[in-house]
Design a protein around this ligand. Structure first.
Ligand SMILES: Cc1cc2nc3c(=O)[nH]c(=O)nc-3n(C[C@H](O)[C@H](O)[C@H](O)COP(=O)(O)OP(=O)(O)OC[C@H]3O[C@@H](n4cnc5c(N)ncnc54)[C@H](O)[C@@H]3O)c2cc1C
Ligand code: SF4
Length: 484
């Protein structure tokens, strides 16, 4: 049987896959997207924290040091569980230099250069700034805490329309109020003839003539498809793993594949509000959208981090880290009557959670085991620890001034735990000496092989990444179309 052929084969249907699928199909190319997961619709999602269900919504890739990273696992990738925050990267994030003085971002990138692509992406996702009347109470309390410490906060920009505030955004929106890829780029791609083949798990790819032969498994059967152009868009962990599995067929592949894995300086904090802080009887910590729709850039210019409040907590999530012997508010152990009273009285009305995103170095790498399975391993974290030292000292000082008791929600050892911002393991650069793909997303030394998902983002952004990944993918598609 002759091998199936397409103008474009795309592996993975998150932002890095669905955006080029739509644009290249619009340009008249035959596009096939191979997605390992199923295709779901809003009616398939559940308002449940059952771990079995959650693992169908996101895949947890557990690192060698027991840290779990969340990545997409169905048609639409992690646009399905994402929490809606859409921010353009400030210019300062484009300007970061490495230890040798080299800019992480290729020379052609700047906020001004990416702005037209950001504008298209925002229009596609109907991104808008929430009004204060839409901000959940968790966001209002967060802003009040910052104001008490003399710090600023602003309303966030989200892709939710007519949100009901039910608080199950990370489980997939049952009410179809989130403008994810299933409502935007995927139908656009399909309207122009693109095929999204679900349940297709790609093993590897190899050069073949002027394109690439992609080997995958569908319904237990081995299959192959040839693409004139191939996009690897399996997300921040599976894209480098796939390139590493294919490395023996790709001579000269950059030694940077899998290195510099960066979780965007993500570090979570918990606060216990004093009873007199506000009318807390109407505040229920686990209600309201998972993203509490506020963002603080107060320390961004001086210290390179932003703060974001979140809602929708599960008491069990914090059970292990809340226990602090001798504390007057926190239980000394995470079980028994003392913990039960805490969950009944303090947890619903006084708990506030938020996280930092910051311009911090990566301290892990993606590699593969002898069977080709993705592994996340630790690298030197001294620079990351220096970032955490500074971050915690500033945030705890803010807590002390505002009268809110603050503590990190994860131990130092697990810093970055459960991150969903999986950046830089196939980073773009101006030269193969520094990265895996060029500024236009093409793999160095391999014509027509592209990466424009989270793994191509060269460094931490200090804001949520989805809008930037989309803007880069729009730009990459434009370059591919111009090339013909
Ligand atoms: C719970 C959660 C909340 C988030 N909230 C926000 C937010 O508020 N704002 C924001 O900007 N970002 C947020 N993010 C992060 C954002 O969703 C990701 O950065 C983004 O989805 C990454 O896009 P991607 O295309 O790189 O990968 P993904 O979206 O992960 O897509 C990769 C796709 O490739 C598929 N795949 C992988 N390997 C293979 C293979 N071998 N064969 C075939 N298919 C494969 C996967 O199944 C997946 O569908 C959140 C993420 C999560 C999990
Ligand atoms: S809070 Fe809004 S976006 Fe989130 S699941 Fe509920 S309706 Fe959907």
């Amino acid at each position: 049987m002759p091998t199936e052929q397409a103008d474009v084969v795309i592996i993975g249907s998150g932002y890095g896959g669905s955006v080029p699928a739509a644009r290249l199909a619009e340009a008249g190319m035959r596009v096939v997207v191979l997605e390992r997961g199923p295709r779901n619709a809003a009616k398939d999602f559940r308002q449940s924290d059952d771990p079995k269900y959650l693992q169908t919504i996101v895949e947890l890739v557990v690192s060698a040091s027991n840290v779990a990273f969340r990545t997409g696992t169905m048609v639409g990738g992690a646009s399905i569980p994402m929490d809606g925050a859409h921010f353009r990267m400030p210019q300062k994030s484009f300007d970061v230099l490495d230890g040798s003085g080299r800019a992480y971002w290729p020379e052609v990138y700047s906020r001004a250069a990416l702005d037209p692509y950001y504008a298209v992406a925002e229009q596609m996702f109907s991104v808008r700034q929430f009004s204060w009347s839409e901000v959940p109470k968790a966001g209002g309390l967060f802003a009040k805490m910052l104001a008490a410490a003399g710090a600023s906060a602003e309303r966030a920009r989200l892709n939710y329309t007519d949100c009901l505030g039910c608080g199950f955004c990370s489980q997939g929106c049952l009410y179809d109020k989130k403008n994810d890829l299933l409502r935007t780029y995927i139908p656009l791609a399909e309207a122009h003839g693109a095929e999204f083949r679900s349940g297709a798990l790609v093993a590897h790819l190899e050069p073949s003539g002027t394109g690439y032969l992609v080997s995958y498994e569908l319904g237990g059967q081995a299959a192959q498809i040839w693409g004139q152009r191939v996009f690897v868009a399996g997300g921040g962990i599976h894209t480098p793993a796939l390139l590493l599995r294919s490395a023996k067929y790709l001579p000269g592949l950059s030694a940077h594949v899998g290195e510099h894995f960066n979780t965007n300086g993500e570090h979570a904090f918990l606060g216990i509000l004093p009873p007199e802080f506000d009318d807390l009887s109407t505040y229920v910590a686990y209600k309201g959208s998972d993203n509490a729709a506020v963002m603080s850039f107060h320390w961004f210019d001086s210290d390179g981090f932003t703060l974001h409040p979140g809602g929708g907590f599960e008491p069990t999530v914090f059970a292990a880290t809340l226990a602090r012997a001798g504390d007057d508010v926190l239980p000394s152990k995470a079980w028994g009557m003392e913990y039960k009273r805490f969950v009944e009285e303090v947890y619903p009305h006084r708990l506030i959670g938020f996280s930092a995103l910051g311009l911090a170095d990566g301290h892990r790498a993606v590699t593969i085991d002898s069977k080709g399975k993705a592994l996340v391993v630790d690298r030197d974290r001294s620079a990351y620890d220096a970032y955490l030292d500074r971050l915690e000292s500033i945030v705890f000082a803010m807590g002390a001034t505002s009268g809110v008791k603050l503590l990190p929600s994860t131990s130092r050892k697990l810093a970055g735990t459960t991150s969903a911002h999986l950046l830089s393991a196939c980073r773009m650069a101006d030269s193969v000496a520094d990265g895996v793909v060029d500024a236009d997303g093409q793999v160095f030394g391999h014509e027509n092989l592209y990466v424009c998902d989270a793994s191509a983002v060269p460094y931490a952004l200090a804001v949520n990444p989805a809008l930037t990944i989309t803007a880069i993918a729009e730009r990459t598609a434009e370059k591919v179309i111009a090339k013909g």
